[in-house]
Write a protein that binds this ligand. Structure first.
Ligand SMILES: [Zn+2]
Length: 86
């Protein structure tokens, strides 16, 4: 299924018009497409995010604590009716 949607705030690199860029992706081709409906500009990007070089010593050596608070945020959005005590 291909859904072409406009990218809010995106500026065309060719004609510099804002909100003229549509984007969609082809999962089979693993490509992400962009097109400008104003000037016909087209761009293709691969959606495949791979570890291009298996040897990244800086990353391996630096344990990156990437926000473990995701769970906490979710909890905050869940109202707990059982906790209401007045
Ligand atoms: Zn354009």
């Amino acid at each position: 299924m291909t859904v072409k949607r406009f990218i809010a705030g995106a500026v065309c690199p060719r004609c510099s018009e804002m909100d003229k860029i549509r984007s969609w992706r082809d999962d089979e081709a693993e490509e992400q497409y962009r097109e400008c409906v104003n000037c016909g500009y087209e761009d293709t990007q691969s959606t495949v995010v791979q570890a291009q070089s298996p040897e990244l010593p800086t990353r391996v050596n630096a344990p990156h604590a990437s926000a473990p608070e995701t769970e906490e945020v979710v909890i905050n959005f869940i109202p707990n009716p059982g906790m209401t005590k007045h």
